[in-house]
Structure formats: C-alpha cells, structure tokens
Design a protein around this ligand. Structure first.
Ligand code: SAM
Length: 274
C-alpha cells in the first residue's frame, strides 16, 4: 500500500504515538493518485531529486519511483526516525533545517537536479528564495504551496497580487501552475486549498545584472500607493527620471503594478545600458 493514504499515515503516527506538529507545518499528503501525478511531472529518471520536508514519506516514495536518487532534508527528529525505519538506506536523509544547509558545499552542487516538496507553509518564501539565490544547477523546482502564494508568483501586471517578487521570479523562471489541489488531500486538513507550481530556469544567471535590476524593481514597488516617479525619486535624480519617462513615453502617474517584466527591462536599459 502506498504511504500516501489516510490509513497508512494514521497508522504510522499512532504506532509512534505522534501527532502532526503545527509548528513544523505538518500536513501530510494522503491521496496516492495526486502524489503520483506530482512526482511524475517533477522528476526525471536520470536526475537526482531533492526533497525538503519528507515527513512520513508520502511524496518521497513516489519521487524515488521517478528519479535516479532522492536526497531529503527533514527538520523534525520524530519524522526522521520514522523515515529511517521505513526507507532504510533507500533515500539519502539528513536531519537538518533546510534553511541552514550550506548549499555551496553539498555533494550535488555540480550536477543537474530537480527539487520537489510539499513545502511547510510557515517557511515557503524563505525556502524558495534560498533555492532561487543558490548556485545549484536546477532543472526544475516543483512545490506544493498555499493557493494564494501560487497566485502571487503567477500574478500578471495590473492584478492585486502583482509585486516585486512576481517580477523578479518571472524574470528568472518560467512559472507554471501545474494543478490546483483540494485541502481534502491532506491530513490534518488545512484551512485553505493549495496549488502545485513549478519554476523552470529561463535565463543564464548574471549576478551583477541581477543585483541592480532587482534593486530597481524593489524600489519601484517600495510604496505601492505612490507613483513610479515618486518611488524612483528616492534613488534617481529628476533629470534621470524625466529622461526615462520621455524615452519610454511613460504616463506621468503610472504605478509599478502597471508595468510588465518587459517594461522593467526597458527601464533598466535606459538607465544602465544593456
Ligand atoms: N512531504 C510530506 C508530505 O507531503 O506528506 C510532509 C509535508 S509537510 C507540509 C512539511 C514537512 O516539512 C514536515 O515533515 C516538516 O517537519 C518539514 N519541515 C518543516 N520545516 C522544515 C525545515 N526548515 N527544513 C526541513 N524540513 C522542514
């Protein structure tokens, strides 16, 4: 029987006299069909998959099926010992807070990897940004997140969810909504629905460019209610701003949330050249 079933998850927790821990964001997947679909789509048979927070192993089991090998990081000692017992040495397992892992010195730093995780909701953004900012050779990141978080990453200009992070992430990755997931496929059942989203790198990394470009984007959104002109005033001269607005024929009162990624790249080009 797959791990991702309500009866198995409950039995394992009961046998170890344990409950899901809220402080670690533990909501276990209990629908084997959904988990199989996620893993199949996230992995490649010839590549290593990294999983953050394996829990009881609902997803890990399926990741193993579709990957060359699986490396997992679990923060919770109790989960770690269950996994050791259930999976023996089939997965490479570390008892570690992923946010503290030194990604510059991991054994897989020079190989192409996939990342797949049902992310703990209380650290979704820091974990994703740790991955985004790393030098890992990422093929694809596939993660389960709360629906509203997925909406923010996917947001297009003009929408309420659109912010600096949407622009930065969409510059670095093709962001795809893989599937919406009902809250009923988790135990215990969370209050909100979730979604699986994937991030596929689409640009060659250029850290120097990114530093300036991301700063420009963040400054443009700094005070959401202010116009772009007023936000830019904090770090550009009036002359630079009026030159920029003239060259790109920008409306005086335009706000950052009305600008697309392409618009921000055009602004960068006017200000700093190619
Ligand atoms: N993968 C399992 C599943 O889908 O059923 C469990 C997912 S549960 C949403 C999140 C898991 O991440 C839990 O096992 C939790 O203990 C673990 N976790 C929480 N914070 C973590 C961190 N900072 N580093 C590594 N694991 C963490």
């Amino acid at each position: 029987m797959p791990v991702a079933t309500l009866s198995h998850v409950k039995r394992v927790l009961d046998e170890h006299d344990m409950h899901a821990k809220k402080k670690f964001g533990q909501n276990f997947l209990i629908d084997a069909n959904v988990v199989d679909k996620i893993a199949k789509n996230a992995c490649d048979k010839e590549l290593l998959t990294i999983e953050i927070g394996p829990g009881i192993g609902s997803l890990s089991e399926m990741l193993m099926k579709y990957s060359r090998a699986v490396v997992c990081y679990e923060i919770d000692e109790d989960m770690f010992s269950i996994l050791k017992e259930e999976f023996n040495d089939d997965i490479e397992l570390y008892l570690e807070d992923f946010l503290k892992v030194d990604l510059d010195n991991v054994s897989y730093r020079n190989e192409k990897i996939n990342v797949c995780s049902n992310l703990p909701y209380y650290v979704t953004t820091p974990i994703l940004f740790k991955l985004f900012e790393s030098d890992l050779m990422i093929n694809k990141i596939t993660v389960m997140v709360q629906k509203e978080v997925a909406d923010r990453f996917k947001a297009e200009k003009g929408s309420e969810d659109y912010n600096a992070l949407s622009v930065i992430v969409q510059y670095l990755f093709d962001v795809k909504l893989e599937m919406n997931v009902s809250k009923s496929v988790f135990y215990p059942m969370p209050k909100v629905d979730s979604a699986v989203i994937s991030f596929t790198p689409k640009v060659d990394r250029n850290r120097e460019f990114e530093k300036v470009f991301f700063e420009l984007v963040k400054n443009s959104f700094k005070q959401r209610r202010k116009t772009l002109h007023n936000n830019l005033k904090e770090f550009l001269s009036e002359e630079e701003i009026s030159n920029l607005f003239n060259k790109l024929a920008l409306k005086d009162k335009i706000r950052a949330q009305e600008l697309s990624l392409a618009d921000f790249l055009a602004i960068y080009e006017v200000l700093y050249g190619r």
